[in-house]
Every structure is written in structure tokens, then in C-alpha cells.
Design a protein around this ligand. Structure first.
Ligand code: IVH
Length: 681
């Protein structure tokens, strides 16, 4: 090897190691700037010596010349599929089947299991010769796949040379590594947004996006797609001995492959089932889409002994999660009016069971999205239900579109009041700007009395609807002038119910100014923003007089929020509303904390918090208020400036990000303790 070859080899090894630290371990050792410098140095040297460019060079991850078609590859060892289980009974049956086939002297009690999330992507097999990645193939039909080597090389956490780390085990002479190529959910959503903005094809789910991206004839396109891979098996290996699945995963990890961290190894079958159920409930928190879990018998000798039936091994089984997507008929497209007057489309569907829940309606986002996807009445559509979000119509199935169907025409009038529907500025949405629109009023009342705002007990949407219908309430302040007789005139109201409601309305006058501000429903002014506003402008009067510049001077208030507030105070109807609320006796100024409260209020001073997920007893607004009362600040997004993340159930990407940044995580109790450490006994 010449000096320059050695220098290049060292530089490549160094860069590949840093890529591994960054993409596989999520634990970079150097800054992006330092990394860029190393890459620039490598590019410069390779430009000077083009004949010395090697396939394991990180410069080769950008993709190669497009192909005419994919070459076929016969898998030396077939890539089998898996049998399915859908409930615990299926799992018990699987175990019973195995039990009968175990060798002399081995019982079910001796079995060890490895449980892995079943990543919803596509399976690949990577071949390494003396540490160098020489081939990547898709699973195809399990016997024959496609050569996607150039594409696989662009995936950032796929090692081009193993081991990736100087203290890894020596590279085996030859190894075939199997795993799943997938698109992380957050990246998938971002990618689809970008595609939509460019009026390009959107993918129905991360799996399709991963498959579509990996099977590109032009690997430069693949290189721009946010793909990743988890390795879960060794097809074969020459020059190393592996006896169990657990050893295989540890070995792959040591060589520098990304191995899913969410894996269980146990001898206890009940624990296997518990683990599966835990993940089933938490599947929405995973940064990747999983369609189930895979349970494998750990011991390779036993695997061999149990063998394969058809194209599925007896020694492994997939416990499938309930599906989250289904196709059904879209009967009609209807519209709704929100509290800001925004008109949004939704679909009435032929009822369909998705993951155990019957879905009859689904969101259609907005009219632009609807037009781009060209969803029509009468279409058969893909409907998605992910966690707690409202079911969504993903796309129409064009092949099943009935003849003579017509593109959907957005309404020209408000469906509730019949006034013209308009587009405001560059907003994608349609709005009803009739301040007296009954649909808006009902939504406004609903919001004003809700838990996060004035928190008026017993004041549901039906009551709001009744009051608006009867003409007893024409704006939110009117609820404070309701009489007992008026309530009794409504259907379903008897003495007790009327009295309770009046008492709850009366009690809400004690709510702090901040809650009133939230309840007004000014666009972008939710709990966090209201808190910031009240700190800077402690009365309605002060806030009303604030200019755009005054508002923007408050940390956490950007131009968009400031503009929305200024605009809100410009409307005479809103000013009249404030006056009326004042007359009703609602708090229009903050009460300064005094005495003990003021003292206590400094324990979180200087600290910035982000709240995410569902807390056990507090709403997010209540937690925000608590932080503020103790002198701290709550913001909406996690950054290096965040001191603590307060996380509850169903915490998602914010939690992941905070963990990546090493930000301490608190639960609700942790937050209370931090604010008042002395009160803990
Ligand atoms: S093991 C015999 N492990 O599931 C073992 N497969 O139906 C076969 N998959 O095409 C595969 N995550 O794409 C295994 N942790 C995991 C997996 C996994 C996803 C996929 C794989 C395969 C399909 C089997």
C-alpha cells in the first residue's frame, strides 16, 4: 500500500466510525463542523486520486449511476416468512406444537425466547466479504431477490466496512446480515409533507415509503430518502461461531450494525406475553412503525431441530398488532365549522373496523389536501387510525373508482349559516367570517367552558348547543347573565341541574385572568402563550394597548402570534365582548402573588420546561400555570435551552428528542418535588 492509499484508508475508517457514532449509536464524538472537514479532506484527496476511490468510501453514499433494471439474486439460504398469531391463545398453541417436537430431555421450561418488534419495512440481506459490504439484496419472494447494493450503500446506518469501531471483533471471512430497512415515522411524516408541497407522490405509510425508496433504479434518489436499517439475523457466517439469537444480536451490534434496543431475552413465557402487550399499547411511542412482535426460540440447535414447515420456521412466530389501516367506501364529504370559523371537510364512511374500533367518519384535513389527493364521493379509500388521533382518509384507490365520478367541489357558503365562505390571505383553509354564525358560537362556548379554559363543570357541548339554538346566548359573555328561569325553559333541565350549572358558572368568575385569556380563543393563544402574555401584560387593558412590537419583544411570542393578537383587539365585537365579561365580574387582570405564595414562587426561577404527553392529574395548562407560579418558564419545543422535560403517558417525539439531547426527564411528581423540595417527607 502506498502512503496515499494508507492515508485514504485511515481517513475512511475514521469517517465511517464517526458515521457509526452518529447514526447507529446516536452518540457523536465530534461536531458536524469537524465531520465536514474530514469529509472535505477525503473528497479532495479522492478528486486528486480518482483511481483510488474504494466502495467502502463514505463519499460513495450519495448514490451511483442509475440502473436499467435490477439484477436478480438467488439467496444462498432462503429468506423465510413467519407464521402469525393474533392473540394469546394462538401463542399458547404455538408453544404446544413446539413442545411435542422437542428433543428427548428438553421441556418447554428449558426454552429461552427472544422477542423483537416486527419492524414494518422491507427485509434485506447484506453480504460482507472480509469486512467489506459487497452486496445488498431485497427479500423478493424469499428465494430470489433484487440486487440493490448501490441503494443499500446510501443508508446511513448501514456499515460499508465492518467492524465499524476499532475495538469491535475482527471481521469474519464472510457474513450475510439480515434485517429490515425502514423509514422512521417522524422522517416519514416530514418527507410526505415535503412531497405534498412539491405536488409529488405521497406514500400511504412508512412501509411503502421505505419500499419505494429502496427500490429506486436511481440510487441518488434513495440517498436523499431518510432510510435506516435494523439488523435482526445472521443468514450465515464463516469465521465466527454463534449459538443463539441473543449472541447473534450482540455480535451484530459489536460489528457496528444497528440492532433494535427494544428487545427481550427471557426464559419466562408469561414475560414474553407481557412484553408483547406492553409494546402493543405503546406502539405509538416507537420511533418506527411496528406491525407486531417476533418471538424466536433462542437456541440455534433447537431452531435447527424444529425446522421449517412450508416457508415459515416452527421456531419463530409473529404476534401481529391489530391493523391500523383499512379500506372502505367513502359515502359523502361533509363540512364542519370550527370556533374560528374555519370550515373543514370530513368523510362519512361505510363503517369499518380498524384495530378493534368501528370507524364511521374520518378527517379530510383541508380542501387543498383533498383536491391534491383527488378524493371523491363514492371512492373506495384507505383509512388510517393511528393512536388517539382522529381517523384520516389517506388516499383513494383509483382502480376501484366508479365510472362517472366527479371531483369534489368545496362549498362556496358556510354550511351552518349560509353566508359566503372565504379564503383569508395565504391560508389553505376556508372561513366563515360571519361573527353571528351559530356553529362558531357553539364551538366558542364549548372552548370557553372547557377544562383548559374556564373549566365550568356540567357545561357540555349539548348545553351550548341548546343555549345558542334558543337564542339565550349570542356570545360567550352571555352565559354569565343566564337566569334560573331561562335554564328551566330548556329541555332536560330540572331545578337541580339548573342550580348546579348556575353555581359552576358563578364559581368560574374566580378563575385567574390567564384562563379568561385562553377562553377567548384568540388564534395561537393557548396555555403556554397566555402564560407568557399575562407575565408581560398583567391586565386586559395592558394587553389591548400592546403593539405588534411590544408583543414580539416578549420571549416566546413571534410575529405570527403577535399579529393574531393585534388583529383580535381591532374588532369592535371583541372589544364589546371584553366589556361585557368585565361587567359580568370575570377576572380581567392578574392578581399579584403575595406573602407565602410570592416567596414560594421563585423555586423554579431561570428554568425552562417543556411539557409533553398526558400527565396523571394535571392538564397541560395546569402544569404550565404551576411552573409559572414558581417562577419557571414553559415552552413548546425541546431545544438545548430546555432544562427539564416533564413527560406523561403517550409522550412522543419530544421525549425522544429530549433523551437524545440528554435533557433530564421528570414526571408530574418530579415536577412538584423540584418546585417544593422541602415539602417532601
Ligand atoms: S425474523 C425466520 N425478525 O417480518 C425469521 N423478521 O414475515 C424471519 N420482520 O420479511 C424473519 N422485523 O421483513 C424477523 N425482528 C424481526 C423482524 C422481521 C420485521 C419482517 C421481515 C420478514 C417478515 C417475516
Amino acid at each position: 500500500m502506498s502512503d496515499i492509499q494508507k492515508k485514504l484508508a485511515n481517513l475512511r475508517a475514521e469517517i465511517n466510525y464517526h458515521l457509526y457514532r452518529y447514526h447507529t449509536l446516536d452518540d457523536p464524538l465530534i461536531s458536524d463542523f469537524e465531520y465536514d472537514q474530514l469529509m472535505n479532506e477525503l473528497r479532495r484527496l479522492e478528486a486528486e486520486h480518482p483511481d483510488l476511490v474504494t466502495p467502502d468510501s463514505p463519499t460513495q453514499r450519495v448514490g451511483a449511476e442509475p440502473l436499467e433494471g435490477f439484477e436478480k439474486i438467488i439467496h444462498p439460504i432462503p429468506m423465510t416468512s413467519l407464521g402469525n398469531a393474533f392473540n394469546d391463545q394462538d401463542m399458547a398453541n404455538w408453544l404446544t406444537r413446539i413442545e411435542r417436537l422437542l428433543p428427548e430431555g428438553v421441556t418447554v421450561a428449558d426454552l429461552e425466547f427472544v422477542v423483537e418488534p416486527k419492524i414494518d419495512g422491507l427485509a434485506v440481506a447484506l453480504t460482507y466479504e472480509n469486512g467489506l459490504l459487497i452486496q445488498g439484496a431485497t427479500r423478493g419472494n424469499g428465494i430470489e431477490g433484487e440486487n440493490v447494493t448501490a441503494n443499500v450503500r446510501t443508508i446511513k446506518n448501514v456499515p460499508l466496512r465492518i467492524p465499524t469501531s476499532p475495538n469491535g471483533p475482527p471481521a469474519p471471512a464472510r457474513i450475510e446480515v439480515r434485517g429490515e430497512v425502514y423509514m422512521p415515522v417522524a422522517d416519514f411524516e416530514k418527507f410526505n409533507q415535503q412531497q405534498l408541497a412539491k405536488e409529488k407522490k405521497v406514500f400511504a405509510n412508512p412501509r411503502n415509503a421505505a419500499a419505494g425508496s429502496l427500490r429506486q433504479l436511481d440510487s441518488k434518489i434513495t440517498a436523499r430518502r431518510p432510510l435506516a436499517m435494523f439488523s435482526y439475523a445472521v443468514g450465515y457466517v464463516e469465521g465466527a461461531e454463534i449459538r443463539t439469537q441473543k449472541e447473534a444480536l450482540d455480535y451484530l451490534s459489536a460489528l457496528g450494525f444497528a440492532v433494535n434496543p427494544d428487545i427481550l431475552h427471557t426464559g419466562d413465557f408469561q414475560e414474553v406475553l407481557n412484553f408483547i402487550h406492553t409494546w402493543m399499547e405503546r406502539r405509538n411511542q416507537l420511533p418506527y412503525d411496528a406491525d407486531g412482535t417476533v418471538v424466536k426460540i433462542n437456541n440455534f440447535n433447537l431452531q435447527q431441530h424444529l425446522g421449517v414447515v412450508g416457508n415459515a420456521p416452527r421456531w419463530a412466530i409473529a404476534y401481529k398488532f391489530p391493523a391500523r389501516e383499512a379500506t372502505t367506501k367513502l359515502w359523502e364529504i361533509k363540512t364542519n365549522v370550527g370556533r374560528t370559523g374555519q370550515i373543514t371537510p370530513y368523510a362519512n364512511l361505510e363503517p369499518v373496523n380498524i384495530g378493534g374500533v368501528t370507524v364511521r367518519q374520518a378527517s379530510l384535513h383541508n380542501f387543498d389536501d383533498l383536491a391534491k389527493k383527488d378524493i371523491r364521493e363514492g371512492d373506495t379509500v384507505v383509512v388510517k387510525r393511528a393512536g388517539d388521533v382522529i381517523p384520516q382518509v389517506v388516499k383513494p384507490i383509483l382502480d376501484l373508482r366508479p365510472a362517472g365520478s366527479q371531483p369534489y367541489q368545496p362549498p362556496t357558503r358556510c354550511p351552518a349559516c349560509g353566508e359566503p365562505a372565504v379564503r383569508l390571505g395565504d391560508e389553505v383553509a376556508l372561513f366563515c367570517i360571519n361573527a353571528a354564525c351559530p356553529a362558531q358560537l357553539v364551538r366558542q362556548i364549548e372552548y370557553f367552558v372547557s377544562r383548559g379554559a374556564m373549566d365550568i363543570d356540567g357545561f357540555g357541548i349539548r348545553v351550548g348547543d341548546q343555549l345558542a339554538q334558543a337564542g339565550l346566548v349570542t356570545d360567550i359573555a352571555d352565559i354569565y347573565f343566564l337566569t334560573r328561569d331561562q335554564l328551566l325553559s330548556l329541555e332536560g333541565f330540572a331545578d337541580k341541574k339548573a342550580d348546579n350549572l348556575l353555581a359552576a358558572i358563578e364559581a368560574s368568575k374566580q378563575q385567574p385572568f390567564e384562563r379568561v385569556l385562553i377562553g377567548l380563543g384568540i388564534r395561537y393563544v393557548g396555555g403556554t402563550v397566555a402564560g407568557l402574555l399575562v407575565d408581560a401584560f398583567p391586565s386586559m387593558e395592558a394587553l389591548q394597548q400592546a403593539t405588534q412590537a411590544d408583543l414580539e419583544a416578549v420571549e416566546g411570542i413571534g410575529p405570527r402570534i403577535a399579529e393574531s393578537i393585534v388583529e383580535w383587539f381591532k374588532r369592535p365585537a371583541n372589544l364589546a365582548l371584553i366589556k361585557k365579561l368585565g361587567r359580568a365580574g370575570v377576572a380581567l387582570a392578574a392578581v399579584q402573588p403575595s406573602g407565602k405564595a410570592a416567596e414560594r414562587s421563585q423555586s423554579l426561577a431561570g428554568l425552562t420546561f417543556v411539557i409533553t404527553g398526558v400527565l396523571p392529574t394535571w392538564s397541560r395548562d395546569q402544569a404550565t400555570e404551576f411552573i409559572r407560579q414558581h417562577g419557571g418558564k414553559a415552552t413548546g419545543s425541546v431545544s438545548a435551552q430546555t432544562d427539564y422535560l416533564v413527560a406523561g403517558e403517550k409522550a412522543g417525539s419530544k421525549l425522544t428528542k429530549a433523551q437524545a439531547l440528554g435533557i433530564p426527564i421528570l414526571d408530574e411528581t418530579g415536577l412538584r418535588d423540584l418546585a417544593a423540595p422541602m415539602t417532601k417527607t
